[in-house]
Design a protein around this ligand. Structure first.
Ligand code: DHB
Ligand code: MG
Length: 215
């Protein structure tokens, strides 16, 4: 049922154009894991970025640049995306594909480990929105950095918040699943975040950073 519903919505609102199809093709041909954002999630991400008027976005986990192309298309003129990828080969491939898609001048692909790159970013809102879509084991650390980096009103988005349903499976005790669960607990319990999970795709955690007065 969920697949049929999502397919119907995707048919109306989240169809890929030739540039997105080209990235998907290159991923298949290059033997990339098929873990790019589902179009319906990417479309939701676009709308959320537009709703908060995001101009500067940071993505963690570039892969081949598929979600980056969706994201940069949601930004106003002059808006920019910085996206972090730990694999040098994937970073280079993403740069090539994003240039071919005509957005190379608006996306900076930073090669490096997410934890180190995030630690090097100043606090207080250099980015309006942060999208986490890298390894799940690192999530607790990335979340601490997100709380530091985003100013009040800043938007946090995290893919795989349901982790293919494993968060609900009491038998699943692996580190990745525990990290995804810990993220939901943290966002729910911390008054510094105002969040929830959209069950679209593999689950999209959406949270606004709150100010000291709860604003
Ligand atoms: C997997 C899926 C993802 O969307 C991701 O970001 C990482 C891993 C997976 O299916 O393993
Ligand atoms: Mg993902």
């Amino acid at each position: 049922m969920k697949d049929a519903v999502e397919g119907w919505i995707e048919g109306h609102f989240a169809q890929e154009d030739e540039s997105l199809r080209a990235i998907r093709r290159e991923m298949t041909e290059g033997g990339y894991p098929e873990i790019q954002l589902p179009p319906i999630t990417a479309r939701t991400l676009q709308l959320l970025l537009r709703l908060v008027g995001a101009r500067r976005v940071l993505e963690v986990g570039t892969l081949a640049g598929y979600s980056a192309l969706w994201i940069v298309r949601a930004l106003p003129p002059g808006g920019t995306l910085t996206t972090v990828e730990r694999s040098p080969e994937r970073a280079a491939k993403a740069r090539q594909l994003l240039a071919e898609a005509g957005v190379g001048d608006r996306v900076e692909v930073v090669e490096g480990e997410a934890a180190a790159v995030l630690a090097g970013i100043a606090g207080g809102g250099p980015f309006d929105a942060l999208f986490l879509d890298a390894d799940k084991e690192g999530l607790p650390g990335y979340l601490d950095q997100a709380a530091r980096i985003l100013a009040p009103g800043g938007l946090l988005l995290v893919d795989n918040a349901l982790w293919k349903g494993r968060v609900l499976d009491p038998e699943a005790r692996d580190e990745a699943t525990e990290a995804v669960r810990a993220m939901a607990r943290k966002i729910a319990a911390d008054p510094g975040w105002d969040g929830s999970i959209l069950p679209t795709g593999d689950g999209l955690l959406v949270a606004l950073r709150r100010g000291p007065e709860g604003d």
